[in-house]
Design a protein around this ligand. Structure first.
Ligand SMILES: Cc1cc2nc3c(=O)[nH]c(=O)nc-3n(C[C@H](O)[C@H](O)[C@H](O)COP(=O)(O)OP(=O)(O)OC[C@H]3O[C@@H](n4cnc5c(N)ncnc54)[C@H](O)[C@@H]3O)c2cc1C
Length: 433
């Protein structure tokens, strides 16, 4: 009997860059498939470790985050189908899924984003141990590693130093965003479709006050509306507001799920500056994107130390895990109005402004006397824009175990409330819910 050889495939493993445009990992995967003359399978894994896992007794994937991610994956699948391809979605972990695929085809290699943190790095290592070739591609940052004017193990120790070095280097511009490559067709996925099931599940009908819709289509529509409104020209004056359409950019969810790339936003800001004029505000959005950039590289350099209590800087800090105080903080019942209002907003919408995030973090660490990692884990379980590097990096920063030259940030909460919510409108809105 003739034994048919298994066909070869290249897998494009979609992690937190859920888009076709400006996706270097996808471009590399298509090239690999073309060079090897094999099929390309775009694959996303709804790994139970993340989707059903817990840390500190808290769910890792929050409901609002999950809904946003599903919307983003459905949108990606639609885009792929318009190109004659599709998206395979599995409800298993990465290694189990790739093993399952290799039962029927021969996996030539797996192409995916350069790991952002320990979990992704270990997943890739697991694939390599299982005998698969893994190609890691820098996908979601402004700069490629080779563009950075220092070796990664000499990453400047603070954001200010990082920004100065990066801004000083002449001709250091983010690469021009990439177009969408031509995709080869692929067969339908051979197992049941978790995406369809999830779409019909309670997550889809979740009752939240979030106005953020996942997916590139929604992200682009929002971003174009923002640019057309002219809000960017006064971004620096408004971005510290607690809430309000176009006060800050509200881009974080689409950036965190990778529906839009930071380089696309950067490039659009430059175009905007040419037609509408450049000022401090238009520069400031790029300044904020550099914070994201810094935390992304910081997370890679810190690896597992980002998740220990003493943080990457190995500093002994106070803070316990008292459940009673933690529950009061999480439920917005601390008695501090501004903190309680922000926590109510977070629970209702999955979102909170940057200013509010800093204040509630300061309260958890310095007033409630809790281990900062409880706060980071709670944010992970609630935020629609959860991004491992930005979340854990900012928490470590405020707790004084991260890249903060001052060794931590303690905020005067009453003064902050007075300054940024002088009429108490924000506090009234969320405390009366
Ligand atoms: C304790 C704490 C936890 C945080 N957790 C997250 C998180 O999980 N995901 C996340 O995307 N951001 C996080 N941030 C950063 C910041 O609060 C949000 O990016 C921002 O509030 C989102 O609103 P925006 O898109 O309107 O941001 P803007 O203020 O308009 O900023 C534009 C973009 O720049 C980036 N950015 C701005 N500030 C920061 C910052 N301090 N660190 C990293 N990137 C930044 C974001 O991508 C943001 O979308 C956290 C901040 C703190 C203090």
């Amino acid at each position: 009997m003739e034994i048919k050889p298994k066909p070869d495939v290249v897998i494009w493993l979609v992690r937190d860059s859920v888009r076709l445009a400006d996706n270097p990992a996808l471009v590399a995967a298509v090239q690999e498939a073309e060079q090897r003359g094999v099929l390309l399978i775009p694959l996303a894994c709804l790994d139970p470790c993340r989707w059903a896992g817990q840390q500190f007794g808290l769910a890792r994937a929050g409901k609002v985050w999950s809904r946003f991610r599903i919307e983003s994956l459905v949108d990606l699948k639609d885009q792929l189908e318009l190109q004659g391809s599709t998206l395979w979605v599995s409800s298993e972990g990465v290694a189990d899924t790739v093993n399952l695929i290799s039962e029927t085809v021969c996996v030539s290699c797996v192409v995916t984003d350069l790991p952002l943190a320990t979990e992704e790095r270990l997943e890739n290592a697991c694939l390599v141990t299982a005998g698969y070739q893994v190609i890691e591609v820098e996908t979601d940052e402004l700069f490629d590693k080779v563009q950075l004017p220092f070796p990664l193990d000499e990453l400047p120790s603070t954001f200010s130093k990082f920004r100065k070095v990066v801004e000083k280097k002449s001709a250091l511009d983010p690469l021009i965003p990439l177009g969408i490559p031509k995709l080869p067709p692929i067969p339908k996925q051979p197992w049941s479709k978790p995406l369809q099931w999830l779409e019909q599940s309670e997550i889809k009908s979740l009752d939240t006050q979030s106005l953020l819709i996942g997916g590139r289509k929604a992200g682009l529509a929002y971003w174009h509306g923002y640019l057309e409104s002219g809000a960017l020209s006064h971004y620096k004056e408004t971005r510290n507001a607690f809430e309000g359409l176009y006060q800050s950019s509200y881009l974080s969810s689409w950036l965190a799920h990778g529906c839009l790339s930071a380089r696309e936003v950067w490039a659009d800001v430059l175009v905007y500056e040419q037609s509408q004029g450049a000022n401090e505000s238009t520069y400031w959005l790029r300044f904020e994107l550099l914070w994201r950039e810094f935390f992304h590289w910081y997370s890679r350099v810190s690896d597992w130390t980002l998740f220990r209590k003493s943080g990457p800087e190995a500093r002994d800090v106070a803070g316990d895990q008292c459940q009673k105080r933690f529950q009061r903080w999480a439920a917005g019942a601390t008695g501090c109005d501004i903190v309680d209002a922000a926590m109510c907003e977070l629970q209702a919408t999955g979102w909170m402004s940057n200013r509010a995030r800093q204040l509630v973090a300061s309260h958890l660490i310095y007033e409630s006397g809790l281990d900062w990692r409880l706060g980071a884990a709670f944010f992970e379980s609630q935020l629609v824009d959860y991004d491992v590097a930005s979340n854990w990096g900012n928490w470590a920063y405020i707790a004084g175990v991260g890249p903060d030259p001052c060794g931590g940030r303690v905020f005067n909460l009453d003064q902050q409330a007075e300054r940024y919510d002088p009429q108490g409108v924000y506090r009234q809105r969320w405390l009366s819910k």
